[in-house]
Design a protein around this ligand. Structure first.
Ligand code: CA
Length: 485
């Protein structure tokens, strides 16, 4: 641990010196640096969109939806073109983020009601162990109320939001949770589902606005004698799957567009989320802690098409094939920006691969915490600090269970997709075929054989779900039909 802290500290000093010398446009950050000393452990803020596509932000080529704050973040930070979510749907993706394990190893493989256990080590537990104040505001989704898997039981000092992810479909819920306590809101949801989901008839408190207030309040009052980790998983632009609509308080700048309603509401949700990003960045600047605060913005899976919006109209997946629930790049390739003035390279784009299961080892490295053994991820701290990234993932692995066991592997520029354990393996060369349009498996049987071996090596049956005898979670088993989340 000591060695790790020394290494991290030296990295920061080198990166700081390089950034100060090289980035003339960083006057605000440099000014702040003189006010706030750099400590060995940075604050870490992770902002997570829900179902936002790779191409939905202006800095990723979006031309119809306004995202000025995300774009500004990219201008001042490091933009990733090869960042990957952990899965093509919410719960398993978030589980990979928090545990450092890919979906072949992590406990939660689908959008079922599986809850994290005490032995499932999470990133917030790791950071808390080295002195971090930890808070989560938003949609949890990896443990049910009353179980071992609530945020309060998995290392968060403070939690506000949805514990159950199906509940989080509703942007005007009748209740939320503060830590493990249920708190009533003034919205009215008649005939709610078993998890509290439904469609409100009285809409007074829009949940992402409540999250904004909680997050800004946390940043304003965050301790100064120790670092903090703030996990901010917003629910925008996810659809309300009970209403089959994108719920948003107003259409903002899109009210007068001659677009279908679903497209206007989707764009309005993305722009509102962008405003939340702006509020968070401003709150950090107002406290003059930007030179000691790493902010990452990304999304938990590809764009949804369940609220009446048309991903093709917005080109929401950018150049990639597929959307949410697909193993092609559009299901998992995400926009991602790292912003840490004076530390992350400014106004730069990197093709360094990042996966959600890299997050835990990366922030453990930055925080000087011991990196837990047997993780699937690697630290990309060198990339964040503008240093050479020598360690790389051997291969990337995803699995998805709503249509049976689907698998994908990426190794170098090769991408393999298999839609069932006994089905053929499709092979694509991402270097020449970013859209995964040409299956070249027949020309490269040796590569296919290697990818098949990787799929078999990476998949291990999850203990909890197998013990419960639920279908679709073991190799080759047929999937039950989970609630759409
Ligand atoms: Ca999602």
């Amino acid at each position: 641990m000591l060695l790790c802290m020394v290494r991290t500290s030296r990295r920061q000093i080198v990166a700081l010196a390089a950034a100060v010398a090289a980035v003339a446009s960083f006057l605000p950050a440099r000014s702040a640096m003189s006010q706030t000393p750099v400590t060995a452990k940075p604050n870490i803020v992770f902002i997570l969109a829900d179902d936002m596509g790779y191409g939905d932000a202006g800095c990723y080529g979006q031309t119809k939806i306004l995202t000025p704050n995300i774009d500004a973040m990219a201008k001042q930070g490091l933009k990733f073109t090869q960042a990957y979510a952990g899965c093509a749907v919410c719960a398993p993706s978030r589980c990979t983020l928090l545990t450092g394990l890919h979906t072949g190893h992590t406990l939660i493989r689908g959008n079922d009601k599986v809850s994290l256990r005490p032995q499932d080590l999470t990133v917030e537990e790791v950071l808390k162990s080295v002195g971090y104040e930890t808070a989560c505001v938003g949609k949890w989704g990896v443990g049910e109320p009353g179980t071992t898997g609530t945020p309060a039981k998995k290392g968060f000092d403070y939690f506000y939001g949805f514990i159950d992810q199906t509940h989080a479909h509703n942007s005007w819920p009748s209740f939320l949770y503060r830590n493990d306590d249920k708190i009533e809101l003034s919205n009215v949801v008649p005939n709610p589902g078993p998890y509290g989901q439904g469609v409100a008839t009285v809409k007074k408190q829009f949940v992402n606005d409540l999250f904004n207030d909680e997050i800004v309040n946390f940043i304003q009052k965050a301790p100064t004698d120790r670092p903090f980790f703030l996990y901010a998983p917003f629910t925008a632009p996810h659809a309300n799957n009970e209403a089959h609509a994108n719920e948003v308080p107003d259409l903002g700048p899109y009210a007068n567009k001659d677009w279908p309603e679903g497209d206007k509401t989707y764009a309005a949700l993305v722009t509102r989320l962008d405003s939340s990003v702006g509020l968070i960045i401003q709150a950090i600047k107002d406290r003059h802690i930007e030179n000691n605060t790493l902010v990452i913005f990304t999304s938990d899976n590809g764009v949804q098409d369940e609220g009446g919006n048309d991903p093709a109209f917005f080109n929401s997946s950018g150049p990639f094939r597929g959307i949410k629930r697909e193993m092609y790049e559009g299901g998992t390739r995400e926009p991602m920006i790292a912003w840490w003035p004076g530390h992350t390279p400014a106004d730069k784009t990197t093709d360094q691969i990042f996966t959600f299961w890299d997050f835990l080892p990366t922030v453990a490295d930055l925080a000087g915490a011991p990196i837990p053994p047997k993780l699937d991820g690697i630290s990309i701290a060198p990339t964040l600090l503008g240093e050479p990234q020598t360690k790389q993932d051997e291969y990337l692995y995803w699995e998805f269970h709503e249509h049976g066991l689907e698998q994908a592997v990426r190794a170098g520029d090769w991408k393999a997709v298999r839609h069932s354990p006994t089905g053929p393996i499709e092979l694509y060369d991402l270097k020449t075929d970013i859209a995964e349009a040409h299956d070249i498996s027949a020309q490269h049987p040796d590569v296919v054989a290697t990818m098949k071996k990787d799929m078999e090596e990476a998949h291990v049956d999850p203990p909890v779900i197998a013990a419960r005898g639920r279908g679709g979670r073991g190799r080759g088993a047929a999937a039950t039909a989970p609630a759409r989340n």
